[in-house]
Design a protein around this ligand. Sequence first.
Ligand code: PEP
Ligand code: MN
Length: 358
Amino acid sequence: MELKGIKDWGININDKLIVSGPCSAESEEQVVNTCKALAANNKVNMLRAGIWKPRTRPNSFEGIGSVGLEWLVQAKKETGLPISTEVANPEHIEECLKAGVDVIWLGARTTVNPFAVQAIADRLRGVDIPVMVKNPINPDVQLWRGAIERLYNSGINKIAAIHRGFSSFQETAYRNEPKWELAIELKTLIKDIEIICDPSHICGNRELIPMVSQKALDLAMDGLMIESHENPDVALSDAAQQLKPNDLISLIDNLHFRHEEFDNSLMADKLVDLRSDIDHMDTEILETLSKRMKVAEQIGQFKKDNEVTVLQVNRWEEILENRLKMSGALGLSDDFIKELLNLIHKESISKQRRILED
Ligand code: PEP
Ligand code: MN
């Protein structure tokens, strides 16, 4: 896939793309006031506001509709910043193109549905507009990838992903569990894809947003989308997770923007040395594991010859207790070592069982 990076979307950005604005457009005043306050310090590169809101149940606020686009356009006029919104069907795209929306995104509830994504992709054929794709609600990286592929196959090459966390049946501290490993996996599946993190929808509350934003930057995400409202307490949607514009700006000020690549060659050399140490150590670990498995197989043969069961519980308990004492002294955490030993033990047992069955 040959994608055009965010830096080639015609948006003015320093390093990372920072998108902010209300969850939903509610009134012209609310959109314009919020956006003007956000634009004041040159920290925000693009504005957002939801116009059509996919809500879990009917009769909650389902978005203001097309009139909200005019308010966003007004915000663009007054701030000079590009504007973005969520689209869920071809009619929404029609309206956005007419109004002059700069960037559109597919919401989590749209990405889950290949029919909806295909209808959007078909409408976008021949249109040159950047599209961001939120991850689907469920933790299915292939569905996320599939939505991106559908758009790309329609000729869209300005595509980024948005990581907004995943719904979980377990109670967690988050509204949507981040499952960072899935965002990282997407980067390995689509080499050039850039990912914007959406801490607002991951956290669901204001308190966790700074921590999740920093983590996203530390994991080399390419930007942040954070909701902001001039008066969050009376917001018609997502009230608990929206920040006042001033708070958003100080949040950005307090984030540490590290670089993925080094411009300082001394530091780069040091990193190469340290990584080479890690490569050697990993080789040693693998060689030792291989030797250990061979010894386990010899024990398996011995057990077979002497008609002894593969698992001797006492021996396993003894190993666990003894190794945990050692690892504690070495500064390794109990949980990590228990998990590692269990994996090694499982593999030894299955190797010995194979010998028994031969
Ligand atoms: C939103 O960005 O306001 C939104 C509805 O997000 P999501 O699709 O991630 O739920
Ligand atoms: Mn929202």
